[in-house]
Ligand binder design. Structure first.
Ligand SMILES: C[S@@+](CC[C@H](N)C(=O)[O-])C[C@H]1O[C@@H](n2cnc3c(N)ncnc32)[C@H](O)[C@@H]1O
Length: 272
């Protein structure tokens, strides 16, 4: 019997380029070991490498022995940079499309052994007990309908440092004294530096998953209220933070019940 001839074009061998195309669309422009990039025409430029330039020097070069949690890891850019410095990384994202990219890219960098990927919502951290030396909570906050709930959950997983990044409103003004207004005096809340967030009912920049955009004062106030101290506001809407033992979150003082109920982790198991 004569075997049908297989065209040499029937199953061309997968190249890095064809695999990148099959895994698209990419949000992270990864520079892969062979020099190929995953999103060289990114509308934001070489993203997020240009952001990393502002952050890189503030994170220890040697992360041997450090544990890292990368929340909303996307295709894994930051996880890879931190794993290259020796950290053991847990990378979570709610979107399987991005996790598939990240798992594939981890193989290209030969970093699979250092990074654990999990499909998880940030709110699932309510059931995680482990803490991490470094937590990255970057580019996720404004995508959340329940942002303060998420922040309260995230900071409880931080043992040393957190990097927080969000889309923000224009302006750097800060009204520091927000205490003690009386009921009929709300005019001051309209001042530019009063902590506030804009709510997006529909889409922003064509993306219906954007919900809240805080101003700079609000970011700092929310971080403080969640028990963090802002060590440094870095460029590009990034904040380097550490737990503030002198000002713990109200979650640890008078308001734990609200968080437990909001996350379904209280003792009332649906019985009235
Ligand atoms: C704008 S990208 C930011 C990616 C990366 N952290 C960065 O800063 O470049 C937002 C990422 O967060 C993920 N994400 C959105 N909502 C999430 C949620 N509720 N829990 C976990 N990940 C979420 C998205 O799938 C996406 O990968």
């Amino acid at each position: 019997m004569i075997e049908p001839r297989t065209s040499i074009h029937a199953n061309p061998p997968a190249t890095v380029e064809t695999e990148i195309a099959a895994l698209g669309r990419w949000f992270h422009n990864l520079h892969l070991p062979g020099g190929t990039q995953t999103a060289p025409d990114h509308p934001l430029g070489d993203f997020p490498a240009y952001k990393w330039k502002h952050l890189s020097a503030h994170i220890p070069q040697d992360l041997t022995g450090w544990s890292v949690l990368d929340i909303g890891c996307n295709a894994g850019f930051y996880s890879f940079e931190l794993a290259k410095r020796g950290a053991r990384v847990t990378a979570i994202d709610s979107d399987p499309h991005y996790l598939a990219q990240a798992k594939w890219a981890a193989k290209q960098y030969d970093l699979e052994g250092r990074i654990t990927f999990r499909k998880m919502q940030v709110y699932d951290l309510a059931r995680v007990k482990e803490t991490f030396d470094l937590v990255l909570f970057m580019g996720v906050f404004y995508h959340l309908r329940y942002p303060m709930l998420a922040l309260d959950l995230v900071v409880q997983r931080v043992s040393r440092m957190m990097v927080f990044q969000t889309l923000t409103l224009p302006g750097k003004e800060v009204v520091e004294d927000t205490d003690g207004l009386d009921f009929n005096n709300r005019q001051r809340m309209l001042e530019p530096g009063w902590p506030k967030m804009a709510f997006i009912e529909r889409a922003f920049a064509g993306d219906p998953t954007n919900w809240w955009v805080p101003n700079h004062a609000c970011v700092e106030a929310m971080l403080r209220a969640s028990g963090m101290q802002v060590m440094k506001a870095l460029g590009h809407e990034m904040y380097l933070c550490a737990p503030d033992p002198d000002h713990p979150s109200v979650v640890h003082t008078w308001n734990a019940d609200e968080l437990l109920s909001a996350t379904g982790t209280n003792r009332h198991r649906g019985r009235l």
